[in-house]
Design a protein around this ligand. Structure first.
Ligand SMILES: [Zn+2]
Length: 76
């Protein structure tokens, strides 16, 4: 069983495109709960999708790399 971990600000690629554009497969995750609020990165419109429905539609999750954390920085 696969558990899909979604976090806010993740960019997800869906199997189905947003109707605004043929290549609008990328959405930004705005809110995570039993329903997921996503925003089309092309037209910036938001959609609320039930989690179960969305998970079936996800092709890729592009989490932001944690490069912001200041680990191992030698401040000399
Ligand atoms: Zn769109």
């Amino acid at each position: 069983m696969n558990i899909i971990k979604l976090c806010e600000n993740d960019i997800i690629t869906l199997r189905k495109n947003h109707p605004c554009e043929k290549k609008a497969y990328d959405f930004k995750v705005l809110m995570v709960g039993s329903d997921i609020k996503i925003q089309c990165v092309k037209c910036l419109r938001t959609v609320i999708v039930p989690r179960i429905k969305l998970e079936k539609n996800i092709r890729l999750i592009n989490s932001e790399p944690p490069h912001k954390s200041a680990f191992g920085t030698d401040g000399k």
